[in-house]
Design a protein around this ligand. Structure first.
Ligand SMILES: Nc1ncnc2c1ncn2[C@@H]1O[C@H](COP(=O)(O)OP(=O)(O)OP(=O)(O)O)[C@@H](O)[C@H]1O
Length: 581
């Protein structure tokens, strides 16, 4: 653990060499001035105060000089503290900001499959608590390095004063260091567990808040509170056990320098009597031991924080090194206008598991509307995900205008294909912001046109500020159907060549849905449409229907043809109709 901790500190120095140097220079100045202050006080006592007591007369010159040196040392100490704090603070927060940016960038680069395996609460914890834990020891880091400078300076100065007194120091300093190491060992497992529990508390909390509606509707408040209280209680216990260890070691670390001072006074008195040293020396060394105690604890804090830091870092690292990125091609732009989508012998299984799609081939010709119909779990959403290249096929090819999707750049793909999912996601922004998503070249006239095609212009015009109306977090001020139409308008505003609707109009009134599909088939939209459909009216509007069963294309043709020739299809569509009635 110590080795990994030191490597992490090495990375911090590598990433922030300037601020580290700043902090260490400040800290070293503080350390040297701390040692110097002890000798200045000793010298003033030995050379000014003692002779003044003996002669009953104060030497004003000596006293003024002594006072001036004490003030000068104090001022330099202040400069040192300033440099150390500034360097350490900027280093810590620069590192936090840098890795927070990297982690969030990585989240956006990682594929959907990775996100499906990781809870949102855990991701929040990675980007917050884990990053903070990883760089928390940076706060005492330059101080601890300066303290080592101080200990070396202290030992050297002790030998210059008197080798017997130096032996007291030589005995004490390793003892202080040893207790610090013991402390960090004792606390390491406990902080590791606490860090893990922090992530778990965050996951449970996020799930409860995210599912607030279900929790309330199902009367699960009590159960959820208990579930959260369980984890929070475990975290509390883990933190208390860290506190217990701290409570045991802190007083020991605090008391050791005082015991050192006592030893110095005893040994110093003997040496004074034998005439080996003078009173000033005894004062210097005992003062030195008194002022050493606090900085030495910085080493303890650093060592104690290292295990938590390593755990936090390893959790962050899991995100930074996670693989499975989509590799995009070089083609900068797909052809404009309605595109032809082709599935050629496509098979697919999630995460290398059993195949959920087998040898799928079909085409959505340019400007046409094709409906995907099939029982639940037959693979319709998976086909939609493959068509939008959220996932890549295990075998076979998905192409747009005869170009395999992986040849397109990320921007070309996003411009050419728009997927509208069943559950709409609305950002905490205005209607206009939600439609444009800050994409370039979408003016208000185009936003209105997209809203019109999505049959959303009516309700948007009736909002208090029309397109500038803020829709609240996740669009809470809109109805489900309105949210769906808003996300459809968002997809249309980008003028995609292929529009994929994965049950994207389920909350919309059937007549409005029919109007939407009719508009999409008109010349205005200029897109080919692949629609996962559950309503007879929707299906009937399609030029062709692909009927899936258990991941296979069982039949294809027009709706009336399939009704007549495929009994499974006819039964399914009839069942949809009964549900709708
Ligand atoms: N992320 C996933 N990981 C593993 N298996 C999955 C995942 N998503 C879907 N599946 C499985 O793949 C199969 C096809 O699912 P898919 O969602 O494509 O079906 P669907 O026809 O859209 O179903 P529905 O009509 O219920 O939405 C199912 O057996 C499902 O359990």
């Amino acid at each position: 653990m110590l080795g990994r901790g030191l490597r992490l500190l090495g990375r911090a120095i590598h990433d922030e060499p300037g601020m580290f140097t700043y902090g260490v220079l400040g800290s070293s100045l503080f350390a040297l001035m701390t040692v110097a202050s002890a000798y200045v006080v000793g010298a003033v006592v030995g050379r000014v105060a003692v002779p003044a007591f003996q002669a009953h007369r104060v030497a004003t010159g000596g006293l003024t000089l002594g006072a001036a040196v004490i003030v000068a040392v104090a001022v330099l100490k202040v400069v040192g503290i300033f440099g150390r704090r500034l360097g350490a603070g900027r280093m810590q927060f620069n590192l936090e900001a840098r890795y927070r940016r990297q982690v969030t960038r990585r989240y956006l680069d990682l594929p959907i499959a990775w996100h499906q395996r990781h809870a949102t609460g855990e991701l929040l914890s990675n980007a917050n608590a884990d990053i903070e834990a990883a760089w928390y020891p940076i706060a005492p880091f330059p101080f601890a390095v300066g303290t080592i400078v101080m200990l070396v300076a202290a030992v050297v100065s002790l030998f210059v004063v008197d080798w017997v007194l130096a032996l007291v120091g030589v005995g004490l300093f390793p003892l202080l260091f040893g207790v610090n190491v013991l402390y960090s060992r004792a606390v390491s497992g406990r902080v590791t567990r606490a860090q893990q529990l922090r992530a778990e508390v965050s996951t449970v909390a996020h799930e409860s808040f995210d599912g607030a509606l279900v929790v309330k509707a199902m009367g699960r408040e009590q159960a959820e509170t208990l579930r959260f209280a369980g984890r929070a209680g475990e975290l509390r216990d883990a933190m208390i056990s860290v506190g217990r260890v701290r409570g045991l070691f802190d007083p020991v670390l605090d008391a050791l320098p005082s015991l050192g001072t006592l030893a110095v006074l005893l040994v110093g008195a003997l040496r004074l009597r034998s005439g080996a040293i003078d009173l000033g020396d005894v004062v210097s060394v005992s003062f030195l031991f008194t002022v050493l105690g606090f900085p030495v604890q910085a080493i303890g804090y650093l060592l104690a924080e290292l295990p938590r830091s390593v755990v936090g870092w390893e959790r962050v690292q899991r995100v930074l090194v996670a693989s499975g990125d989509m590799v995009y091609g070089e083609v900068p732009q797909a052809e404009r206008g309605p595109a032809t989508l082709t599935f050629d012998r496509v098979s697919f299984g999630y995460g290398g598991g059993p195949l959920v799609l087998h040898d799928i081939s079909f085409e959505v010709p340019a400007g046409r509307t094709v409906a995907l119909v099939g029982p639940t779990g037959s693979g319709k959403s998976t086909v939609a995900s493959l068509a939008a290249r959220l996932v890549d096929p295990g075998s076979g090819t998905v192409s747009l205008d005869d170009r395999p999707l992986p040849e397109l750049s990320a921007a070309a793909l996003a411009g050419a294909v728009a997927l509208v999912p069943q559950v709409p996601f609305v950002f905490d922004d205005s209607v206009r912001g939600n439609v444009t998503l800050d994409r370039e070249g979408i003016d208000d006239a185009q936003v209105w046109q997209a809203l019109r095609l999505a049959q959303a212009d009516g309700f948007v015009a009736a909002l208090p500020d029309s397109m500038a109306t803020a829709v609240g977090e996740r669009g809470t001020s809109l109805s489900g159907g309105q949210r769906q139409r808003l996300t459809l308008a968002r997809a249309l505003a980008g003028r995609p060549g292929l529009l994929i609707l994965d049950d994207a109009t389920s909350a919309v009134d059937p007549r409005v849905e029919a109007a939407i599909l009719a508009a999409l088939r008109g010349a205005d939209a200029g897109a080919s449409v692949l629609v996962v459909a559950y309503r007879r009216a929707t299906i009937a509007l399609a030029d062709e229907v692909i009927y899936l069963e258990r991941g296979r294309v069982v039949a294809r043709g027009t709706h009336p043809e399939l009704l007549e020739t495929v009994p499974g299809y006819a039964a399914l569509v009839r069942a949809y109709e009964q549900v709708a009635a």
